[in-house]
Design a protein around this ligand. Structure first.
Ligand code: AHR
Length: 622
């Protein structure tokens, strides 16, 4: 293949192109990225949380009582906060009974690392005495222990730091009062102290680091479908997900489990800042998923009109929470949470794959106009509508064009062949209309795992996104995370269990694009010795420059089963050194790592493009 680069025809492209999509699906948040180790810490699990009405899913889920002469009940009188109505009551005749939590598939502990245990307690009757806290292995071996002072007559939270003496993958937590009587217990929590960046109420360090390593330019949160919920009562309300943990409002996660909201809006903003990514919250457009019933005989529609002013005010308040001065109502709450400086919010998504009905359009228009009037500095991202087989988004684009919405969010999960055959998808887009945020995509064959073939078809397609980086401003693969044995959706970018993080080969492609991003696109002409359609579509090149480093980055994808030897004419660009990174293997390989070598510019293309490979040559020009 002959590649001729045309630096003279350079065009500016988005500097935000590659980001991440975070949704609490597949236990991505609770039991995943959120570092809390106690499952059902608030005793708020409810039968309705669980798909299929699994009767084991109730307020005592993950808890059990051991020992004689004792009772464990759930009560609701005088809770710590009305948003968190349930608490546990332990009624025991004498010391010996233990309340035990089994964690999320066990509690994983690291030897010598400090863990922060906290709990709210209240004495209800008798003298419950001091509370013994223990971490115990399956073999009954005590791994760490501490003692909390006897509870008083009103709710009080207490904290101790305990340090395990061994590495254990599946410990349990035991609470044992030392006296006799009745004690109320709530918000039982165990966190590693070494969360990502050491944040309190923070994130699991290894998982957060793997995400940070992508170098995402933005983070979309909290979904996906989680953002708009599957009914009016299930819409994600950001105000329920900030402030003291005991006052946050947990809710049913529409993927069939329970959402504590412990990983809430403050923590999302903090994570974005910690990894240098722009926050992109997505808020329901006043309608739940597919307007939850409209057209399907349902009755829910959207938020009633007489509640829309308050709903819109909530969205405006979010901007104040993120960016407002500490003297403003919501800016003050951010400061109270420990972050007086603004979070620099610039984008808000309104809607997620919604059915573009009258109900939607009416509400979207109201929200869009209100944000535009009060916060013209915020770019609204609209939705193109449900992901469809044919990726026909006419209706979503209709309203976006009418209102001149700055960006519009498209989603598509398609087989690898679709990505190979549609590399010209955005070449045809009208540059005068809304910019595109490709908010969810994956080369996706249901039931089939991510492999080199799917990853390379994404790499190929991403060259076309760079080429169209003047119209496609942002793109995020979806979904991001999945806990092994707890998935509702496959494939995903990163799998994990309690001890190990397992990035897929698709992750390596995302990471390479994240690391080797540019903000200027240099068109190139590609001539193949075999110009058959099927061959031509399996080789792609994209050349960008990073204006900060002045490096030229040449990405080359070869999805052919044979090597390709490139002759690259950089037309006057002189480099002083280069590096070559190659990701290669067999199409069915699931976990591969790229290899990088330093080389001279003249050697940079030696060795050609191996069969089934993604090659990046980065040329230093100064
Ligand atoms: O990414 C998984 C789901 O796919 C998202 O929640 C939804 O937006 C889409 O349908």
């Amino acid at each position: 293949v002959d590649v001729t680069v045309h630096p003279g025809q350079a065009k500016a492209i988005s500097d935000l192109l590659l980001g991440i999509f975070f949704e609490d699906i597949n236990y991505a948040a609770d039991g995943g990225l959120y570092a809390e180790l106690v499952q059902n810490r608030d005793f708020e699990y409810a039968l309705d949380d669980k798909q299929g009405h699994d009767t084991s899913w109730h307020a005592k889920h993950s808890w059990k009582l051991e020992g004689a002469n004792a009772q464990f009940t759930i009560e609701t009188a005088q809770p710590i906060h009305p948003n968190n109505p349930n608490y546990a009551v332990l009624d025991f005749g004498a010391a010996g009974a233990r309340l035990i939590n089994s964690g999320f598939d066990g509690i994983t502990l690291k030897k010598g690392q400090p863990y922060r245990f906290s709990v709210f307690t209240r004495a209800l009757q008798g003298k419950p005495g001091k509370l013994q806290v223990k971490l115990v292995g399956k073999d009954g071996k005590e791994l760490a222990a501490g003692t909390l002072p006897a509870p008083g007559n009103s709710w009080k939270d207490q904290t101790i730091i305990i340090t395990p003496v061994a590495d254990v993958a599946d410990a349990q937590l035991e609470l044992q009062p030392s006296g006799s009587g009745r004690i109320a217990i709530d918000m039982v929590s165990l966190f590693p102290q070494n969360t990502f960046k050491g944040r309190k109420n923070g994130l699991r360090a290894d998982l957060a680091q793997v995400i940070a390593d992508i170098h995402p330019k933005f983070v979309r949160f909290p979904g996906g479908c989680v953002a708009h919920g599957d009914g009016l009562g299930n819409i994600y309300r950001w105000k329920n997900a900030i402030g003291p943990l005991e006052a946050r409002k947990p809710q049913r996660n529409l993927w069939g489990y329970h959402q504590t909201a412990g990983l809430g809006y403050f923590e999302y903003f903090q994570f974005c800042e910690d990894i240098g990514a722009a926050p992109v919250p997505v808020i329901a457009a006043g309608v739940p998923c597919q307007n939850s019933g409209v057209g399907g005989g349902g009755q829910q529609g959207g938020i009633p009109m007489d509640e829309m002013d308050a709903y819109i005010q909530d969205i405006l308040d979010l901007v104040e929470y993120a960016n407002g001065d500490v003297k403003t109502t919501w800016g003050k709450k951010r400061a109270e949470a420990g972050h007086p400086a603004p979070f620099n919010l610039k984008y808000i998504g309104i809607g997620n794959e919604d059915l573009i009905s009258d109900v939607f359009e009416e509400r979207f228009t109201m929200i869009f106009n209100a944000i535009k009037a009060k916060h013209p500095e915020i770019s609204v991202i609209g939705t193109a509508g449900p992901a469809s087989e044919g990726t026909d988004y006419e209706e979503g684009w209709g309203i976006a064009t009418k209102l001149q919405v700055p960006l519009i969010d498209e989603h598509y999960y398609q087989p690898p062949g679709w990505f190979i055959n549609n590399q010209d998808y955005y070449d045809r887009y009208d540059r005068t209309k809304s910019k595109v945020y490709l908010g969810e995509y994956a080369a996706h064959l249901p039931g089939r795992p991510v492999n080199l073939e799917t990853a390379l078809s994404e790499a190929l397609y991403l060259t076309s996104l760079e080429r169209n980086g003047d119209v496609v401003s942002m793109a995020s693969y979806a979904p991001l995370l999945a806990k092994e044995g707890r998935t509702q959706w496959n494939p995903n970018l990163i799998y994990f269990n309690n001890t190990t993080v397992k990035p897929t080969v698709g992750y390596e492609v995302q990471k390479l694009y994240g690391i080797h991003a540019g903000d200027e696109y240099f068109p190139s002409t590609i001539k193949l010795s075999n110009n058959q359609d099927a061959v031509r579509k399996r080789v792609a090149v994209s050349v960008v420059r990073d204006s900060h480093t002045q490096d030229i980055i040449i990405k080359m994808v070869n999805l052919l089963p044979v090597p390709v030897v490139p002759t690259v004419n950089l037309q006057g660009i002189t480099g002083i050194s280069a590096s070559r990174t190659v990701l290669k293997g067999n199409p069915d390989d699931k976990q591969l790592k790229p290899e990088t070598i330093s080389c001279s510019v003249t050697q940079a293309f030696d060795g050609g493009l191996p069969p089934y490979s993604f090659t990046i040559v980065r040329v230093k020009t100064k």
